[in-house]
Design a protein around this ligand. Structure first.
Ligand code: OOG
Ligand code: NI
Length: 302
């Protein structure tokens, strides 16, 4: 990863990635397998297509709060997405320079949940009386990195966690995992021949024992056929709750994206293709299934 220690965005992205890499075993497992096969020479050879975060739609939090960090660092807010069944809103943000990842931020539509689930969420978040991002010095990358690892509300009880899980897997995930990096995404089309289509890459992943999300099929394809995505399924983690109980819960996962060259640029020679010649953005139907990489149905399924 590109890293300038004087640039707050670089500090924040690097810190998020390090915490994520230490927690999600599949990250290093995949990197190591790519190194062993000679596909890459170091982690730096992996192009990160995008990273993703989850938030709660309650006063002073949610997308309108979280996005302030990355807007300040030069990101641009792009398209809106709505997920009716999962009760989520989302936006994606394009980066200030092509060597930075896109960002996908979603938000739980808390007001659309049952009264019971809303009451649980508000019990944890009601103490937040102003936007926590407003109190941060965004020029201080280390302070922002630390903020992103610091709980904004109390650890939930196992009972509250399970009540949320029964109604919204996303709600349960956020109440426990907060602003942890939800996934990073390997740009498959940037890899060498033999690994740069999702079919080839997924068979490599399967051969090294990585379990893939099967919701809507292993490869999720946009309507225009130009954005194809796959993802791992989160491992289960032993998590401690406020009532002293432990439960095995979902954490983060890894995603893989193949962006094809847009029809307008189809005649550009292969060695001259730049990132802006490829399909940009996201796709609601792909994303809807990728969210399930942390859902019990995928984790407990065969
Ligand atoms: C995000 C799921 C959507 C994509 O690339 O469409 C997504 C999440 O699980 O929070 O990552
Ligand atoms: Ni994603």
């Amino acid at each position: 990863m590109h890293f300038d220690e004087n640039n707050p965005l670089d500090i924040v992205l690097n810190d998020l990635f390090e915490h994520y890499r230490q927690n999600v075993a599949d990250v290093d497992k995949i990197t190591k397998a790519l190194l062993d096969k000679g596909v890459i020479a170091s982690q730096d050879d992996i192009v990160n297509d995008h990273i993703a975060f989850r938030t709660l739609g309650v006063p002073h939090l949610g997308i309108q709060s979280f996005e302030k960090i990355f807007l300040k660092y030069g990101y641009t807010k792009r398209d809106y997405y709505y997920f009716e069944g999962k009760k989520l809103d989302a936006y994606w943000y394009s980066p200030p320079a092509t060597h930075y990842p896109r960002i996908f931020v979603s938000e739980l539509r808390v007001a659309d949940l049952s009264e019971t689930a809303q009451a649980i969420i508000y019990r944890y978040t009601k103490g937040i009386k102003s936007d926590p991002i407003d109190g941060l010095d965004l020029k201080n990358g280390n302070a922002v990195a630390e903020f992103l690892q610091t709980p904004l509300w109390d650890l939930p009880t196992s009972e509250d966690y399970q009540a949320l899980l029964a109604e919204s897997e996303y709600a349960a995930w956020v109440i426990y995992n907060r602003y942890y990096l939800n996934h990073y995404t390997i740009s498959i089309h940037e890899l060498k021949d033999g690994y740069n289509t999702l079919e080839e890459f997924n068979s490599f992943l399967t051969s090294v024992g990585v379990k893939l999300n099967t919701s809507g099929g292993v490869i999720k394809t946009s309507d225009d056929g130009l954005l194809r995505q796959s993802s791992t399924v989160s491992a289960l983690y032993e998590a401690e709750f406020a009532d002293g109980k432990s439960l095995e819960i979902a954490g983060s996962y890894v995603e893989f994206a193949e962006r094809s060259v847009l029809p307008a640029h189809k005649d550009i020679p292969k060695d001259q293709i730049q990132p802006h010649h490829r399909r940009d953005g996201f796709e609601t139907n792909n994303a809807d299934k990728i969210f399930e990489s942390t859902y019990t149905t995928q984790i407990k399924g065969s």
